[in-house]
Design a protein around this ligand. Structure first.
Ligand code: HXC
Length: 257
């Protein structure tokens, strides 16, 4: 499929979506939003794909929502269109999504990275919610997801001042899973994605669903949910294969079913 603002690629069971508006540091306009969502949903529905990577360029993962597209809008128009709401569709993708972030991940760019299941950061990565400097507030989940990721003190400070966090601080604060050298980012992201895509798909999807559940429900409900999903995993062919392979001291050959 031909897109205007993203590139897509598949390698084995891994799909990569590359944000590609270099002239605007990958600012998230409506076209890019619709294309990322369409591509991600397509890969989610593709039985041959087990993990999705979303990445940008060496200079910018994404420098935010497109300020030029937004600047002249009126509140009623944004309310009626429910501006930014379609991004929620990305959070309904059921397969694991890794954000591979180099350079700027600001505003909507930081929020997009946080919508993914985890962030792999290049040592060049810079995260921030600088909306306050534009006279507005985060609008794609930043005030909520950043707070859950790094806690109230840091989220407040970042959102109130608009300062950027470098990769080291982001890792220390729990915003990113790991830091890799910038020139190895794509290679490391592909390796990680291949590892995940090589696991049993029903297991990785259920893990994603269970971890995300922890943000929505009480501990008791979450633990009960996990246990029921664990039980249902014994209906999967991959459970039989995974456990047989362990006992027979060989590598499992998952069928993703
Ligand atoms: C539209 C953008 C953009 C953006 C950069 N550009 N960010 N266009 N929307 N968010 C464009 C610039 O206008 C410029 O185009 C080109 O990309 C290169 O950017 P420069 O500023 O020249 O690059 P540099 O000097 O290296 O600075 C990089 C930067 C800076 C620090 C990342 O671009 C920046 O501060 N960008 C805005 C970051 C931001 O505020 N993001 C939050 C947006 S609001 P031209 O054609 O002029 O050369 C948001 C949430 C919205 O995301 C929720 C509230 C409703």
């Amino acid at each position: 499929m031909a897109y205007e603002t993203i590139l897509t690629e598949t390698q084995g069971r891994v799909a990569t979506i590359t944000l590609n508006r270099p002239q605007a540091l990958n600012a998230l306009n409506a076209t890019l939003m619709n294309e990322v969502i369409a591509a991600a949903k397509g890969f989610d529905a593709d039985a041959g794909i087990g993990c999705i990577v979303i990445t940008g360029s060496a200079k910018a993962f994404a420098a935010g929502a497109d300020i030029k597209e937004m600047a002249g809008r009126e509140a009623t128009e944004m309310y009626l269109a429910d501006w930014f709401a379609p991004w929620e569709e990305l959070t309904r993708v059921r397969k694991p999504i890794i954000a591979a972030v180099a350079g700027f991940a600001l505003g909507g760019g930081c929020e997009l990275a946080m919508m993914c299941d985890f962030i792999l950061a290049a040592d060049s990565a810079k995260f921030g919610q600088p909306e306050v400097k534009l006279g507005v507030i985060p609008g794609m989940g930043g005030s909520q997801r950043l707070t859950r990721a790094v806690g109230k003190a840091k989220a407040m400070e970042m959102c109130l001042t608009g300062r950027f966090m470098d990769a080291e601080e982001a890792e220390r604060s729990g915003l990113v899973a790991r830091i890799v050298p910038a020139d190895k980012l794509l290679e490391e992201a592909a390796k990680l994605a291949e590892t995940i895509a090589g696991m049993s798909l029903p297991a990785t999807m259920a893990i994603k669903e269970s971890v995300n559940r922890s943000f929505e429900v009480t501990l008791a409900e979450g633990v009960r949910f996990e246990r029921r999903v664990f039980h249902s995993g014994f209906a999967n062919a991959d459970q039989k294969e995974g456990m047989a392979a362990f006992i027979e001291k060989r590598a499992p050959n998952f069928k993703h079913s």
